[in-house]
Design a protein around this ligand. Structure first.
Ligand SMILES: [Zn+2]
Length: 368
């Protein structure tokens, strides 16, 4: 018999893939209702958490809903059931169904919403359209030479030193450290009151800022000194693994109309709202699941011939200005494949309880 899994463990796994700190400032990703200490009986994965979805969870014995869009976005001042948001929350709490949202943090990771669209379209050489800058830190620490491998391995094991396709990235140099232990010290090297000069390795590693606690725990555990000399600095480099939108190349160029027809088939889209077709073969494709007009400039700069996104307004289409084809495929249609991504991520890690696709079509838009 396997140990029961707590909701908190599922959350921990999801946030190891899409850290909460990567969500946009206006967002409300995370646990919205429910007790993280409850045991998971089953998970229902959905794009939106509507009343029918909560009912589906109850009927199928699932006590955790993992939704892309947070049902509570702004603050709730009362819970009377006056609108669908309040009714969903009341129903979920009454039935002890937890609701967890994984929204812009999943948009912003290179294995997230946009990656799923790129994979479905068979794009290659994937890059983030607008990489984030505020997500990396650098640790510098000073280690006795015979411990430098152990400490570096511990740092790498905690998630430091990963750059693109390269793991265990770091830099070391040799030098001399000095210190005088005071009377209360219990030094690994030297004696109280005596100035020491020791051979040391200066080690430098980059790490994602959200991993700082675990990187520091690993450092203190592996380092032999009582007082571990170190400093952490924010790094303003672009993080190529975190940010908005994605761009990639087709294996071979395709005529625009052929590409758009294929796009409808591949993503199950009924209607594309597109700008005037530019009669040039499509070889590079930019994508942004959900509302993506804010990335139009980046899409043009990337050299893409088409930008697949959603929620373009009338005037946004003008901004394409004959330089790119905007293909607005619909918000729901651009993100519905995220369900598959989440189911795959959960099944791989948690084989002991049911992980179900919601069968409820939550698209609020119908095409007449
Ligand atoms: Zn969305």
């Amino acid at each position: 018999m396997n140990d029961p899994i707590r909701i908190s463990e599922v959350i921990q796994h999801l946030e190891s893939i899409a850290p909460l700190s990567y969500q946009e400032s206006y967002d409300n990703s995370g646990l919205i209702t429910g007790d993280p200490q409850e045991h998971v009986r089953g998970v229902l994965v959905t794009l939106d958490c509507t009343e029918p979805v909560v009912e589906e969870a109850i009927a199928s014995g699932c006590n955790l809903i993992v939704a892309h869009h947070p049902i509570v976005f702004k603050g709730l001042k009362r819970l009377t059931g006056a609108n669908y948001v309040e009714r969903v929350v009341i129903k979920a709490i009454r039935a002890q169904v937890a609701i967890y949202a994984i929204h812009t943090n999943l948009d912003n990771v290179h294995t997230g919403v946009n990656r799923k669209i790129c994979d479905l379209l068979g794009l290659q050489n994937l890059r983030i359209l607008q990489p984030r800058r505020d997500t990396l830190s650098k640790l510098v620490t000073f280690i006795p030479p015979d411990h430098s491998d152990v400490v570096l391995n511990a740092l790498f094991g905690a998630g430091a030193g990963q750059i693109g396709n390269y793991n265990d990235c770091g830099f070391t140099s040799r030098g001399t450290g000095t210190f005088t232990p005071n009377a209360q010290a219990n030094p690994a090297v030297g004696h109280s009151g005596v100035r020491e000069q020791v051979d040391e390795v200066r080690a430098e590693v980059i790490f994602p800022t959200h991993l700082q606690d675990q990187v520091m725990r690993a450092l203190f555990k592996a380092h032999p000194y009582e007082e571990v000399a170190h400093y952490i600095t924010a790094v303003s480099n672009e993080n190529q693994e975190v940010g908005s939108g994605m761009v990639g190349d087709l294996p071979s160029p395709v005529e625009p109309m052929e590409f758009l027809r294929g796009l409808k088939d591949m993503l199950g889209v009924q209607v594309i709202r597109a700008t005037q077709i530019i009669e040039k073969p499509i070889s590079r494709v930019a994508v942004c699941g959900g509302a993506g007009s804010f990335l139009l400039k980046k899409a043009i700069q990337s050299g893409a011939q088409v930008f697949i996104s959603a929620d373009f307004k009338y005037h946004d289409f003008f901004d394409a200005d004959g330089r790119i084809i905007v293909a607005d495929i619909g918000h729901y249609e651009s993100e519905v494949h995220t369900k598959q991504l989440l189911v795959d991520v959960l099944i791989k890690k948690f084989p002991t309880f049911a992980i179900n696709f919601s069968k409820t079509v939550t698209n609020p838009i119908s095409y007449i």
